[in-house]
Design a protein. Sequence first.
Length: 568
Amino acid sequence: MKKWALLLVVLSCQLYSLAQSPFGNYFQDTLKPGHRISGTLDSVDVNLASYQHTLPGDFNPFLFQFSYSDLNTNWQKLLPRRFSTIPHIAFEYSMGSKLAQFGRITYTQALDSNTFIQFDYIRNTTNGNLRNSSFERNSVQLSLMHRSRYYGTILDVSFYGNNNQLSNGLLGDSVREGFALDFQEVEKSNAGNKIKELHADWKNYISFTKDSLQKVGVLLQSRLDIRNQRYFERDTLEGIYGFYNYDTLYSYDYWELSSLRMNGGLFYKNRGINFEAGIGTRYWDYDNMVIHQDTTEAYGFAALDMIVKGFSLKATANYTFVGANGETAITADLRKQIKANIFSFHGDFSRQYPDNYQRTYYANTVNYLWTDKQLSTRTTGRFNWSNKNRIIPFFAEAFVESNTKMPVFVKNRWRQDTLTQLSVMGIQIGFEYSYKKLLIQSRAAYRESTGDLLPNLLISGRIAYNGGLFKAKKLKTVTGIEIGYISSYQLLDFTPMMNTYSFVNSGRTFNNMMKLHFFTQFDLGYFRWFIRVENIEQTFVSPTNYEGLGYPVTPLQFRFGVSWDFFN
């Protein structure tokens, strides 16, 4: 009872970072000789080159997991830490139609018995996925951990850049007669936006105790975040707009948000429990053309990681009491394994004000000042059950999300009103069956969403030959076809200068569609390669179908990719 009482105390405090103490269970050597950067052999083609839709940003209605926050500007997501005593270098690369390329390099090593490092570089580009449009995304992440008897430190540094060419020659273009492409307020052929961000997080632990199994001490943390977004249409202002709000040779709709955090607190570690809590302060500075804002916030934070009778629990919480008063975030992850069954639950509750770029914006394309902003509430829950039996492994998962007063972009302005009572729920089941050389995989999902902006049904199945080739059987392969079905949904309009989707009923829908792909992949020890032919159905489907307003479904395309892992 004392441990559960402690949990209730933790959930009433504030958290900033999910990172656990290096004196606790943070370090886990998860890289084994069987690790592959491309995942399991039966899905290498998906892991290295997932289906690329034409929609800009990270909104993908064909993925089961969804959050309404995906409609707005998305930022870099940090990869899971994988500090390991086994030196490991790996790379993966894939290319396809429309000059689509994806590449990744990872490096993991123990510099000595107490110092560990990991590095990731990811690059994703395409040129012409939607006629002449293109994007280039680069992500660099570096993590370093050192631990000793009385001191531990974790340093995370990351950079992300996203350069989208949103028009680049599309003006007056069309897929076919009567289906002209429509971009909102893009007047020049070189219109686009650029996103850049830098993060540096340094967390330090000073222990008061010598015992390695039980630690008590002080934590100190500093974090720097810089994010900016720039939309551009290069020409004279009069040539772009006919009228203008400010005088310069180029039209730049630009904003930048800088933030510095300083946290301090205590941590405690024992055999089955890791706990940390404290207070922190944040100073942020926001610049958007002639608008300048800054403020200082203060908050409390806490994190808990514990194992009780086979249950694994991770929980975090935060509460801001100076500055953005009332902002709250609570998360909890619970996991339990019972023989071949694994049950997991994730819950999330947050109350936050709109982002800075949603509150005020001054530019030629969009101008607004949001004075009546309110706290928005978001509640999510996810449940997953997987069964790893040897005959027919299966899984079932469900999720629900409810948003109240969530900011949405409607007709060149952010709003919080009756339109922003948004909810989504879904359930998905799947199984796998293997008999001799035959492999069958299938999954089906059903979802309900406000505004019907998601397909209700997502069905897919893969049937393949799964076995070795030639007499020695050392060359393994999984070769087959993938079929699917996607039901209709309401199309959204993309607003390029704000890098968000406009939540309005367009009256246009995505048509029900069957999907057909071919894949073949090979494994030769640590070296793998695959070939994938996507959207074969587009060769015999005659009506033009759209994934968003002005964004037609991707036609037939080919993909090829390789991956290679090196262990020392």
